[in-house]
Write a protein that binds this ligand. Structure first.
Ligand code: PLP
Length: 386
């Protein structure tokens, strides 16, 4: 978390602990904090404060947008195949339509147009892909959706966008927009769903009627205040950080391509955000590489971090048409506010070393297992396999 976000949070965990829905002065103090946070978030999205609904996480925001929009009209949901599971699985759960993406994981506009119709109640297209970093053109998506699905609302999962894109440029094109605090230096367990005035969606969580009946549940005041602090700081630093990190990302990916054979950049730099470095490495298994990198102090991932560490082939790479042999060697590195030039040098050395070691081991293993007289080579008597 950003230190400023932690500092904002702490008083609401101690002396300013009241429930903002109460009627006394401490409650009014907490309510003011939530109102201030709402104003700050609205200013960064470019929406009205009344359009900001605080939720429990990005997944909740995505679920509320899609399920809530369908509940009002009982219609069909549509999304591209490379969405985060918080969207994709919800659309599939409702029997919706999943459309093709291009080789950079961006929605194919003609496929989208072909899936639309009067029966579509919600279309959900992410702003930035969480695995490979590519950016959808939401202005173009919006034009296609407005023309082909006149009864639909358009939702964007902008959970990965806040650090890299001006949300004020996205909001005019959509009706619903999701954010998550922990993607820009705020706390985990707090999110935002912006709901355009005049757009009616059924609430996912019903109870005490907080957030003007749109999301019940006692406010997470500390989390909401800290999310707002982090979002404002992210917005202020966004342009400079994007430039700084693009240079570091290019050094990292350029270094890997120069030092190692058989490495591909998954999505070209001009199609993705500055913090995303995703490569496909031939001749290694991601799982082994992540283990070796972890030992070297480099924290990386192969696909999305959400699935209990399971090493299933990524649905995003599959949707992009990446062959399985390449997808099994995928490496996803993310650069952010705390990433330094020194970090990049350490990561570069560790990855190059790790890949060379694993490839050497694989070659030795292949040579040994190719020998018919392997047991003799190893000086052992042959044993039958169990
Ligand atoms: N959408 C995207 C694009 C994400 O990257 C994530 C988290 O990684 C989510 C949704 C889910 O957000 P949360 O972890 O706050 O539930």
């Amino acid at each position: 978390m950003r230190p400023a976000a932690v500092a904002t949070m702490l008083p609401f965990l101690t002396e300013r602990f009241a429930n903002p829905s109460g009627a006394h002065r401490f409650a009014r103090d907490a309510r003011r904090a939530v109102d201030e946070a709402r104003d700050q978030v609205a200013a960064v999205i470019g929406c009205r404060p009344g359009e900001v609904v605080f939720t429990g996480c990005g997944t909740e925001s995505d679920n509320a947008a899609i399920t809530g929009a369908l509940a009002t009209g009982g219609r069909r949901a549509v999304c591209p195949a490379a969405e985060h599971h918080a969207v994709l699985h919800v659309v599939e759960h409702h029997g919706g339509t999943v459309v093709a993406v291009d080789a950079a994981a961006r929605v194919q506009l003609d496929a989208l147009a072909g899936a639309l119709g009067d029966d579509v109640g919600v279309v959900s297209v992410m702003a930035v892909n969480n695995e490979v970093g590519s950016v959808n053109d939401l202005a173009a998506v919006s034009a296609v959706v407005r023309a082909g699905a006149p009864n639909a609302v358009l939702h964007t999962d902008a959970v990965q966008a806040a650090c890299w894109l001006d949300l004020r440029d996205l909001w005019p094109h959509v009706d619903l927009l999701s954010l998550s605090g922990h993607k820009f230096g705020g706390p985990k367990g707090v999110g935002v769903l912006a709901i355009r005035d005049g757009v009616s969606i059924d609430p996912l969580i019903i109870g005490g009627g907080q957030e003007r009946e749109r999301r019940s549940g006692t406010h997470n005041v500390a989390g909401i205040a800290a999310l707002a602090t982090a979002l404002v700081a992210t917005d202020e630093e966004r342009v400079a950080e994007t430039m700084r990190l693009a240079v570091l990302r290019d050094r990292l990916v350029g270094g890997l391509l120069a030092e190692l054979d058989d490495v591909r950049e998954t999505v070209p730099a001009d199609a993705k955000v500055a913090g995303s470095a995703h490569v496909l490495i031939g001749g290694v298994e991601s799982e082994s590489l992540l283990y070796v990198l972890d030992e070297a102090g480099v924290c990386a991932s192969a696909a999305s971090a959400c699935a209990s560490g399971a090493m299933d082939p990524s649905h995003v790479l599959a949707a992009m048409g990446v062959e399985r042999s390449w997808a099994t060697g995928s490496l996803r590195l993310t650069l952010g506010a705390t990433t330094t030039e020194g970090d990049v040098s350490i990561a570069l050395d560790a990855i190059v070393d790790g890949v060379r070691t694993l490839r050497r081991r694989a070659t030795t293993h292949a040579v040994l297992s190719d020998r018919p007289d392997r047991a003799a080579v190893e000086g052992q008597k042959p044993v039958s396999a169990p």
